[in-house]
Design a binder for this molecule. Structure first.
Ligand code: KG4
Ligand code: ZN
Length: 347
C-alpha cells in the first residue's frame, strides 16, 4: 500500500511532529494555516537524575510510555482529530538508537494506518529551523550556530535542506562541556542551566580560562580543554565555585562569539541564527547580540522553551519539507543514529 500520497481532502496541511532522540519526548502540531497549534513535552530529567546523566535504556522505555498519551494531549489541545493530520514527521537521527526507534515506530505505524506520509527529520535541522516558529523570522540565506548537548556546529544555510558545515567541535560539544564542568563542580544533572545559574553569582576576571582554537584560522571548536581547566582550577580553589563557573561560561560564550563573527565575515552573511539547548544561555545571547550590533548582523533565537529538544521544531521541519515535496520514507521502521546535516536532500 502506498503511503506517499497526500490526501487532498486534508488540506490545509497539518503535520504532527514526534521528537524522541534523547531524554525528552516532544510532540508538536503545525498547521499550514495557523502555524504551531499545539505542543507538549515530557522531560525525563527525574528519570536520569540519580545516575548523573542519560541512561539510554531508561530513555527508550520512558519514551514508550509517554509518546501516545502526549499525542492524544496535543490533538485535544489543538482541537484536531487524528483524521485531520496530513503527515507525521519524526526525528530519525542523530540520537540514541533505542530512543529514536520509539518515535520512528509510532510515526510509521500511525502514518501507515492513516495512509499519510511519514517524514524523517534530522534532529539538528529541527533545531536550526526552530527560530522560524517565532513571529520575527530570519530570512534565508544565513549562518547558523547550533549548540546542543551532542553538537557544536557553524553551518552556512542556503535554503531548507541546503547546509554546508563550516566548522564543528573536534571533541566535546559545548553543551557537553557545560554538563561535565557542572558535574566537576558538584552541580548534578542537568548541568548546563545549573552552571549558568551559579555563574551569575560569580565575578568575572577572578580566573581567566583560554578561548580554545581562536588563535588560529578556521571555524572548528574544541571544548574539552575548558573542562580540564575547570577541574584543575577547582582542585586549587575549592571554595570558589561561582567564580570558576563564571570563568568557564565567559570563555565558552566568547569562543562561540569569536567563531560566529569569523564565519559571518568569511561568508559575508548578515543574519545569524542560534539554536540548540545552549542557545537558552543568556550570557551567550548577550555576547552574540553585542557582536551583532557592532557588525550590523541580525541575530535570531528560538523562544526559551524551543531552544532545548521539543516536538514543535520537528513538526515545523516536517511541514516545511512536506510543502517542498518530500515524500514518505516508506513503511520500514528505520532510524539514522549517525547522520550528517550535509546529507539532507529533499526526497
Ligand atoms: O538541544 P538539547 O536539548 O539536546 C541535544 O540535542 O543535545 O541541548 C541540551 C544541552 C545540554 O548540554 C544542556 O546542559 C544545555 O543544552 N543547556 C544549557 C542551558 N540550557 C540547556 N547550557 C548552558 N546554559 C543554559 N541555560
Ligand atoms: Zn537537541
Amino acid at each position: 500500500m502506498s503511503v506517499t500520497n497526500l490526501n487532498s481532502s486534508t488540506t490545509p496541511f497539518i503535520t504532527l511532529g514526534i521528537e524522541s532522540s534523547c531524554d525528552e519526548t516532544g510532540i508538536g502540531l503545525y498547521s499550514q494555516q495557523d502555524g504551531l497549534i499545539a505542543h507538549q513535552l515530557f522531560s525525563q530529567v527525574e528519570v536520569h537524575r540519580e545516575y548523573g546523566g542519560v541512561v539510554p535504556e531508561l530513555a527508550s522505555r520512558d519514551h514508550i510510555q509517554r509518546v501516545l498519551p502526549l499525542i492524544k494531549a496535543v490533538l485535544e489541545q489543538g482541537k484536531v482529530q487524528l483524521s485531520d493530520i496530513s503527515a507525521i514527521a519524526y526525528t530519525a537521527g542523530p540520537g540514541l538508537a533505542g530512543a529514536l526507534l520509539v518515535g520512528s515506530a509510532v510515526a510509521k505505524s500511525l502514518a501507515w494506518s492513516l495512509k499519510i506520509p511519514a517524514l524523517a527529520v534530522h534532529h539538528m535541522e529541527g533545531h536550526l529551523l526552530a527560530p522560524l516558529l517565532e513571529a520575527k523570522q530570519p530570512e534565508f540565506p544565513f549562518v547558523a550556530l547550533l549548540v546542543s548537548g551532542g553538537h557544536t556546529m557553524l553551518v552556512e544555510v542556503e535554503a531548507i535542506g541546503q547546509y554546508k558545515i563550516l566548522g564543528e567541535s573536534v571533541d566535546d560539544a559545548v553543551g557537553e562541556a557545560f554538563d561535565k564542568t557542572a558535574k566537576i563542580l558538584g552541580l548534578g544533572y542537568p548541568g548546563g542551566p545549573a552552571l549558568a545559574a551559579l555563574a551569575q553569582q560569580g565575578t568575572e576576571g577572578v580566573f581567566k580560562f583560554p578561548r580554545p582554537m581562536t588563535d588560529r584560522p578556521g571555524l572548528d571548536f574544541s571544548f574539552s580543554g575548558l573542562k580540564t581547566f575547570a577541574r584543575n582550577t577547582f582542585a586549587k580553589h575549592p571554595t570558589q565555585k561561582a567564580d570558576i563557573a563564571k570563568a568557564f561560561e565567559v570563555a565558552a560564550t566568547q569562543t562561540l562569539m569569536i567563531k560566529c563573527r569569523r564565519a559571518l565575515e568569511q561568508t559575508g552573511r548578515k543574519t545569524l541564527v542560534v539554536a540548540g539547548g545552549v542557545s537558552a544561555n543568556m550570557a551567550l545571547r548577550d555576547e552574540l547580540d553585542a557582536m551583532g550590533r557592532k557588525a550590523g548582523v541580525e541575530v535570531f533565537y528560538p523562544r526559551q522553551e524551543f531552544c532545548t529538544d521539543n516536538g514543535a521544531m520537528i513538526a515545523l521541519a516536517g511541514h516545511l519539507r512536506l510543502i517542498k515535496g518530500q515524500v514518505s520514507t516508506g513503511n520500514e521502521i528505520t532510524i539514522q543514529p549517525r547522520w550528517s546535516l550535509e546529507d539532507l536532500q529533499i526526497v
